[in-house]
Write a protein that binds this ligand. Structure first.
Ligand code: Y12
Ligand code: CO
Length: 173
């Protein structure tokens, strides 16, 4: 499967993704290909909608203490539902669909979620630190929400201006 990461302002990023019902070979191939493209582009999280598949699935691979991404720590999260969240934290977030732009975003410090794995098995996960932030960022993608949608009016305007300038520079180079 040839996958490309779609980038802001592509309207498909605004779609609400649909529940996964078939835990079949096609899903497994998509998850495998998402992993390859995420690692090749230095990402730590990627939702299926970012590769133009509007289904409720995402992957997260948080680097370990040596700052290495070990595939053993890969999480494939399907049909997630947050059942508990607590605390508040901020983190400078980035997104493969909004390249070269980073902003401080407020999130819950910890989240507990129910989800399914690639075989459809039901699981519960308690997440904190960077994993909790990544999970909230990716669940937002399933709702058609980007981290830049969470910016204040002023910061969003600044982003639009900078992003347009960056795109223009890229075109002329
Ligand atoms: C904390 C906050 C947000 C997340 C969501 C997942 N985000 C990413 O994986 C972002 C990756 C990213 C990678 C970049 O590097 C390259 O594209 C080579 C990048 O840099 C550029 O665009 C130049 C920006 C974002 C998880 C945890
Ligand atoms: Co993202």
């Amino acid at each position: 499967m040839k996958l490309n990461i779609i980038e802001y302002p592509d309207k498909r990023l605004k779609l609400k993704s649909k529940e996964v019902k078939n835990f079949d070979k096609r899903l497994h191939l998509l998850l495998d290909d998402m992993y390859s493209i995420m690692i090749n582009t230095n990402g730590i999280g990627l939702a299926a909608i970012q590769v133009a598949h509007p289904i409720r699935a995402f992957i997260v691979n948080i680097p370990n203490e040596e700052d290495e991404q070990d595939q053993k720590n890969l999480l494939e999260i399907i049909n997630p539902v947050i059942i508990k969240s607590a605390g508040e934290t901020t983190y400078q977030e980035g997104c493969l669909s909004v390249p070269k732009f980073y902003e401080e975003i407020k999130r819950h410090k910890t989240v507990t979620l129910n989800y399914q794995d690639r075989e459809g098995n039901r699981k519960t996960l308690e997440a904190d630190e960077l994993l909790a932030i990544a999970i909230q960022h990716e669940i937002d993608h399933l709702e058609g929400i980007l981290f830049i949608d969470k910016l204040s009016y002023g910061r969003r305007k600044k982003f639009e201006k900078e992003y347009k300038r960056m795109k223009k520079e890229k075109k002329s180079s």
